[in-house]
Design a protein around this ligand. Structure first.
Ligand SMILES: C[S@@+](CC[C@H](N)C(=O)[O-])C[C@H]1O[C@@H](n2cnc3c(N)ncnc32)[C@H](O)[C@@H]1O
Length: 271
């Protein structure tokens, strides 16, 4: 017998979501129906979505690299395009299954989605993640903790254990990279429901990246790599920043995901 098609979502909910500007109103209605435990909970969820909360904040999770990542209100929602960074990192770091665990640091981790997806892709990892924002750290502790990793709170590398210096195989740093003046132009879901510290990368969007690139060579193992997402427009300057402290930079681009990633490899000896 062929599978019967899924039941259509309640038309009243679809209509409310559509009127509020939700482009994928039917899919979202289905998601909300499956996430809600009771009719009252469903009503409250629809109200929150109609009021403009990102769907991921309403249901409490986002799908990322095929995984369900918990995302608390006020925490950056992992974007589909960032899956490209994970793919590139995994392709660069495949190791023999009986070799030593790969040391992964997810800096500016937000929910911890990138580190958790890397752990799933790479198998045996020693996973560390860090973020400045206490809400992100609380959220990441649930996701990264479940993957066997540690989460630290503080500015960039400052809270990481010193014993990681020179040992990091993969440094994933999806830093904020929106130029300060362009934050106001972002869609309301980001502007109003994600913290400014997760978005604002300073005057040209590269302030945080420059700070990460300056310190990365001291933390990476020889042959280790740093990966950071940027926009296509910023890519040349971002690659220059990554290359200016001794890493060998390269720009990778996915047209499918509209994603640009800068990769910096640490050579055996750094100047
Ligand atoms: C663009 S979000 C990326 C979050 C996550 N990596 C992801 O891809 O879903 C940037 C994150 O950087 C954090 N952040 C910004 N400045 C930071 C700093 N100086 N030190 C540590 N984390 C910082 C923000 O709190 C936010 O969670």
């Amino acid at each position: 017998m062929p599978d019967s098609p899924p039941a259509p979502p309640p038309s009243g909910i679809v209509a409310r979501l559509r009127a509020a500007g939700c482009v994928f109103a039917e899919d979202e209605a289905r998601l909300l129906v499956s996430a809600a435990g009771t009719p009252a909970e469903l009503d409250a969820m629809v109200d929150r979505r109609v009021a403009g909360l990102p769907i991921e904040h309403v249901v409490g999770w986002a799908e990322f690299c095929g995984l369900r990542i918990a995302v608390d209100p006020g925490v950056f929602v992992p974007r589909r395009r960032t899956e490209f960074l994970v793919r590139e990192a995994a392709a660069l770091t495949r190791r023999a299954p009986d070799g030593p665990a790969t040391v992964v640091v997810d800096l500016c981790c937000g929910s911890g989605a990138v580190g958790v997806a890397l752990a799933a892709a790479l198998g045996r990892v020693e996973l560390h993640a860090a973020d400045l924002d206490p809400a992100a750290v609380r959220c990441a502790r649930r996701n990264v903790g479940a993957a066997g990793g540690q989460v630290y709170e503080g500015d960039l590398f400052e809270p990481l254990p010193a014993a990681l210096r020179g040992r990091v195989d993969v440094l994933a740093a999806n830093v904020p990279y929106v130029p300060a003046e362009e934050v106001a132009l972002l869609p309301p879901e980001a502007r109003m429901h994600e913290p400014r510290v997760a978005l604002d990368g300073g005057e040209d969007g590269l302030d945080v990246l420059r700070r990460v690139a300056a310190e990365a060579p001291r933390w990476l193992a020889p042959g280790g790599c740093m990966l950071t997402e940027t926009s296509e427009r910023q890519a040349a300057l971002a690659a220059e920043a990554v290359g200016s402290h001794g890493l060998i930079p390269r720009i990778a681009r996915s047209a499918d995901l509209n994603a640009t990633v800068i990769i910096g490899i640490r050579p055996a000896a750094i100047p």
